[in-house]
Design a protein around this ligand. Structure first.
Ligand code: MN
Length: 216
């Protein structure tokens, strides 16, 4: 992938007069880096897994969502970096826009880079990413424990798309908890709303607003 300025691809894909998504010019929050998993009811329902580092949210689209069962591999397609304030974004991207559909903050919390804690060969997130093997400890409202992201390029003959990664639960005391989280815990970790409620709230807000909407 050719190097791009931070958030260039993200901004190119969007017209910010027409979508409630953040432009991404807020200051970086301090403290532990955040992770977020957004449930995105676009043309196909999927989950967007995002990890904060380097001033952005590194992002993967996970069609089936995360599994809490170790060794269950979930396809994770690398997508464009998102701004850090996207982690709090919940709402509806209107028809005709990139990614049109409802976005829910399905899980949110902080994470630790487990590979930075290896005494023999500590690695930054950037190094882990370049090597195609990321290991993080999630401290979310739903998901906890170790998760690995593994780039498949080179595996199985090397003809894989460079954007293709796998998301896998690591073995620890949080394995299997909760089982089938996307079914047992379908609602927002931020507001408790369902996709349908988020959609209804956005419709109501649109009806209530006067022509045009406040800049954001
Ligand atoms: Mn998405």
């Amino acid at each position: 992938m050719s190097p791009v300025k931070p958030l260039e691809t993200y901004r190119e894909k969007r017209q910010f007069q027409r979508t409630p998504e953040p432009y991404g010019d807020k200051e970086k929050p301090q403290g532990q880096p955040v992770f977020v998993i957004q449930k995105h009811d676009a043309s196909h329902l999927h989950y967007d897994f995002r990890l904060e580092w380097g001033g952005v949210l590194k992002s993967w689209a996970v069609p089936k969502g995360p599994s809490t069962t170790p060794r269950t591999m979930r396809l994770a397609m690398l997508t464009e970096d998102h701004p850090i304030d996207y982690a709090q974004f919940e709402g509806v991207i209107p028809e005709g826009n990139y990614g049109a559909g409802t976005v829910m903050v399905w899980d949110i919390g902080t994470y630790r880079n487990l590979r930075a804690e290896k005494p023999d060969r500590p690695e930054t997130m950037e190094q882990s990413f370049d090597e195609g093997k990321i290991e993080v400890w999630l401290d979310g409202r739903k998901l906890k424990g170790g998760y690995a992201l593994i780039r498949t390029k080179g595996m199985g003959g090397g003809r894989d798309d460079a954007r293709k990664w796998l998301l896998v639960k690591m073995k620890d005391e949080f394995a299997g908890r909760p089982a089938d989280p996307e079914k047992t815990e379908p609602d927002s970790a931020l507001t408790g709303r369902s996709l349908e409620q988020i959609r209804r709230d956005a419709e109501e807000a649109a009806r209530a607003s006067v022509a045009g909407k406040p800049a954001r």
